[in-house]
Design a protein around this ligand. Sequence first.
Ligand SMILES: Nc1nc2c(c(=O)[nH]1)N[C@H]1C(S)=C(S)[C@@H](COP(=O)(O)OP(=O)(O)OC[C@H]3O[C@@H](n4cnc5c(=O)[nH]c(N)nc54)[C@H](O)[C@@H]3O)O[C@H]1N2
Ligand SMILES: Nc1nc2c(c(=O)[nH]1)N[C@H]1C(S)=C(S)[C@@H](COP(=O)(O)OP(=O)(O)OC[C@H]3O[C@@H](n4cnc5c(=O)[nH]c(N)nc54)[C@H](O)[C@@H]3O)O[C@H]1N2
Ligand code: SF4
Ligand SMILES: [Mo]
Length: 731
Amino acid sequence: MTTAHRTCPLCQSVCGLTISLDADNRVTSVRGDQDDPFSNGYICPKGASFGNVDEDPDRLRVPMIRTGDQWAEATWDEAFAAVERGLTRITEEHGKNAVAVYFGNPTYHTMAGFLYRMPLIQSLGTTNVYSSGTIDHMPKHVAAGSMFGDPFALAVPDVDRTDYLLIIGANPLETHGSLWAAPDLPSRLRALRRRGGTMVVIDPRRTRTAEFADRHLPVRPGTDPYLLLGIVHTLLAEDLTGIAVDVNGLDELRAIAQEFPPEFAQRFCGVPAADIVRLARELAAAPTAAVYSRMGGSTVEFGTLTQWLVDVVNVLTGNLDSAGGVMFAKPAILEVFRSGQPFSTGNWRSRVRDLPEVLGELPAATLADEIETPGAGKVRALISIASNQVLSTPNGPRLGQALRELDFMVCVDPYLNETTKYAHVILPPPRMMQTAHYDFLLSMVTVRNYARFSPPILPLEPDQRTEAEILARLTLIAAGAGAAADPSGVDEMFIGQLFEGATQMPGSPFEGRDVAELRAELEGDSSPELVLDALLRLGAYGLSLPQLKAKPHGIDLGPLEPRLKELLCTPSGLVELAPPGVTGDLARLPREPAAKDGEVLLIGRRQLRSSNSWLHNVPSLKGGSNRCTLHVNPADAARHGLGERAVVRSAKGELVVDVEQTDVVMPGVVSLPHGWGHEGGSQRVAAEEPGVNANALTDELVLDVPSGNAVFNGVPVTISPYPTPALSPKG
Ligand SMILES: Nc1nc2c(c(=O)[nH]1)N[C@H]1C(S)=C(S)[C@@H](COP(=O)(O)OP(=O)(O)OC[C@H]3O[C@@H](n4cnc5c(=O)[nH]c(N)nc54)[C@H](O)[C@@H]3O)O[C@H]1N2
Ligand SMILES: Nc1nc2c(c(=O)[nH]1)N[C@H]1C(S)=C(S)[C@@H](COP(=O)(O)OP(=O)(O)OC[C@H]3O[C@@H](n4cnc5c(=O)[nH]c(N)nc54)[C@H](O)[C@@H]3O)O[C@H]1N2
Ligand code: SF4
Ligand SMILES: [Mo]
């Protein structure tokens, strides 16, 4: 028996796990790490199944190459040679933009996904960069970038000290938080209630989080901007503001809010004006308050407006960057992702739909256009890392058809699935237990400053490669150095650039030092670990990797402290309350409610024992609430004559779904989880209960315009009985 510790990578909560293994290195138990100073022994059902996820026999172990419909195992040399041939041929004939790259959600949860993203993009030199950012949180980056200058200035609710928490379109008691790493949120929220705090949830569904709250306000999907403008209107009209940071644009904001009183919002949101006024007064009166919003306020048609207004309310009530409000974490690594330059978008535009670049990316919702549309710059090859786009992007089936047309596609993924089945080569990363872990990105959104490094628990087999090596080799291939070049060269170049910069930067701890000497001081068991060590040494706390290794349960770096002044980089040097790039979108916001007869609005829902598209293959997480059903309010089911099954139709597609009648969803709203619709993959357990692909209904042509983000919530659909009464035996 051995015991090992590591951070759980299965959601954004960064819980510490304690894993017991038997003599054959099989996992016998997974518990919460009692000595982790941040998660304090907390674990959820997914974390408890970490061993089953990791040991899944359906994971690919070695590279796969497809010829026609036939898959065959290959050696790494053969696979990388095939990638080199495939990509080189296309760039030679059609130029760099003919190769697209796509980073999926798990790249935010791996060291490799962080370390090689920029080197790979730079080596490819393509404008066709895509990621799950534009099917998730891009509105938040645009709002932050426009208000604070820094698109990575992502404020999180200081949940442990707040007196009032308003949650808009998020369900952290089931998702465990998003862009908000707060392990053991149930205890943190119970503590909030115990100290007399208040929690209010705005959501079309009475979620577990809404059940827990003091108040739940059901809102019509997609209408939160009106509600938030109603709050802003009240704060300004009743002179309830207590702005504590230096701002610009208050007059413009006042003029905007004038137009949107709470009575106006009531007509769109279905939330009584009196409730909106009460929210404003309570937010202003609370000693401290935090407003937080995620998917329900992001993957909607006015996601950027919503995310902007959330932080406008935080600023107006004096709760931005102060204890108990919303605050910015201070990661232990050098924050290389912050450019310090004012944010801008549209540095290039997409070829087919003329959509602006945002944060160096084009919208995932237009990738199919770029593959299908002939002409110079057509995408002919795709490098897809940790993404199941057929299940995760709007109108995913159309993108699936497009992927089939590609001249070359390589996937870095542990499974053969709905998306990777179109690849020519699949390069599987090793198991999580064979992989070192450090949360580069999530340490930006923790509710306490915290650092933890997890070394690999199990060694690699000779026929496996780390994900870091896989991505480094793809980078070298893209750079023209060839598949056989030394992958540590990518890391060494990065370290060299880091130290060159640091030794020349006035005020840096390493100013004037010798680069070679600094390099010689680095310690780590692999070249990515050396990079981590360098980033830690250059970071705010002057830590090092050996120090982290000496504290295997993690290091608490204290409560969040104000740091807006360090991050703020708007041209005005002030927090912009009415940035034109965002407020311009108010012109698009309808001034009349537009509900069509017979239509209902489709929203999603995340499930406690699942993670997007890839955890349905774990027997211990199956069943119960983890089923792909359409939640329909009983009143709607009666009105539309629904029985056990229904046909759901949208502008883009139609699905036959199992119906679950429940008053958890408000009337006029139906909810279908995403990530289902399994077919044609290696996941045998998932195939037994495949479910349906919610993204067969969502529309890739409808976007949150400022961010290019996809719209998954508030999709107009019709629902009718299945089989249709005319075809049923009784006619
Ligand atoms: N168990 C589990 N945890 C997960 C995941 C998972 O799949 N399963 N996925 C992870 C990922 S990638 C992410 S991004 C996070 C997401 O974390 P959350 O944002 O907390 O997740 P969702 O369940 O999508 O929450 C969105 C909520 O918004 C509501 N909603 C929908 N439309 C609207 C609207 O127009 N207005 C308002 N106010 N509310 C609306 C929905 O009913 C839902 O309750 O979760 C992460 N954690
Ligand atoms: N309708 C609807 N659609 C949605 C959403 C919604 O709420 N509703 N949510 C959206 C959101 S927030 C997100 S983040 C996306 C998620 O969608 P994606 O970005 O596609 O991510 P996942 O579905 O989590 O899985 C991606 C792939 O990563 C692989 N994978 C797992 N672990 C690793 C690893 O360590 N390394 C590598 N290389 N691969 C790995 C899995 O096998 C899987 O094929 O879906 C979006 N799509
Ligand atoms: S809450 Fe998230 S990080 Fe914690 S154990 Fe569960 S899946 Fe893992
Ligand atoms: Mo996500």
